[in-house]
Design a protein around this ligand. Structure first.
Ligand SMILES: Cc1cc2nc3c(=O)[nH]c(=O)nc-3n(C[C@H](O)[C@H](O)[C@H](O)COP(=O)(O)OP(=O)(O)OC[C@H]3O[C@@H](n4cnc5c(N)ncnc54)[C@H](O)[C@@H]3O)c2cc1C
Length: 275
């Protein structure tokens, strides 16, 4: 079977094509090839023509802009994991994704737009107040990752838009905690993942907590974080988090496991921070 496809040489050529027809954008293809899998054979079923985008060099690279990191959408997970520019709290979650072979082709933009409930970059980017830039022939718009993601596999990206870059505010966190739990150590989808970022000098000045793979969309509660910082009321924060959880049993794990373990791990880290 021949697939209808294009391989534009520039972002502008791609945007022109996307203005007249719907394309499935193919970056690393590591999610697409699984989602389009046909169990009885190797042929892949795509409903729309494909636009291969991995050759668009203008969408690659990591830059330090002083107050932000600018990450091109086609930057690979491995480039994130091994970057000499990025801090550990940004590198570590990318390093724990998939395997080296997958990380070498899987892209930052693909993980975001795929918007899987188990997408490991999403809690991190939400905790960091990261924004994405979406571009179409008509121009650019910027959206916080939190707003971009509607829920499992659904985003506010329009069909004529491409995610070109991710803008991550630079913060002087003094520490972080990242935990990804799965069935095995490598190449496994998360049962749950937790990112906790903080700045603690004489007092605790900043604290962000996000939990992935529990709800359809990662859970972050900025108002409850502020109250926790102001009052030190751990039990109050954990109660809010517990009320926000709406997990369900599935083949990766049970609702009870995910929610109980998330709360226990966060409680343990918070007790250390507030001691
Ligand atoms: C063996 C294996 C292990 C994995 N392990 C993990 C893991 O541990 N953690 C994890 O989170 N994920 C994991 N994944 C999933 C996958 O590797 C990641 O989500 C990856 O980041 C997807 O990137 P990609 O470039 O391959 O996306 P693609 O498959 O190319 O695209 C994914 C979706 O995003 C869209 N898209 C891609 N780029 C853009 C763009 N720039 N603008 C607009 N739309 C775009 C595509 O049209 C498609 O809908 C794993 C996958 C495999 C096969």
């Amino acid at each position: 079977m021949t697939l209808e496809h294009i391989r534009p040489e520039s972002l502008h050529d791609l945007l022109k094509a996307m203005d007249t027809a719907d394309y499935t954008l193919f970056a690393g293809g590591t999610d697409l090839m699984i989602r389009k899998r046909q169990w009885q054979g190797a042929s892949r079923r795509f409903e729309e023509p494909i636009a291969f985008i991995n050759q668009l060099k203008e969408l690659r690279g990591i830059e330090d802009l002083g107050d932000h990191y600018r990450i091109g959408a086609l930057t690979t997970q491995e480039e994130m994991a091994t970057s000499g520019i990025l801090p550990d709290y940004l590198r570590d979650p990318y390093h724990q994704m998939a395997t080296l072979a997958i990380r070498n082709i899987a892209t930052v933009g693909g993980n975001i737009i795929n918007a899987a409930s188990v997408g490991d970059s999403l809690p991190l980017l939400m905790a960091l107040d990261a924004e994405v830039v979406l571009e179409s022939l008509a121009g650019e718009r910027t959206l916080p990752v939190t707003e971009l993601i509607i829920d499992k596999y659904r985003t506010r990206r329009k069909s004529n838009e491409i995610l070109t870059r991710v803008m991550i505010p630079k913060e002087d966190f003094t520490g972080y905690y990242y935990k990804k739990l799965g069935q095995r150590k490598a190449s496994i989808l998360s049962k749950l993942s937790i990112i906790l970022l903080y700045r603690k000098k004489e007092t605790l000045e900043d604290l962000r907590i996000a939990v992935g793979a529990v709800n359809d969309k990662p859970v972050r509660l900025p108002a409850a974080e502020k109250t926790l910082l102001a009052t030190g009321d751990l039990a109050g924060y954990l109660k809010s988090l517990s009320e926000a959880f709406e997990s369900a049993d599935d083949k990766r794990s049970t609702k009870e496991y995910r929610e109980t373990v998330s709360l226990a791990l966060i409680k343990q880290e918070l007790e250390k921070l507030f001691s």
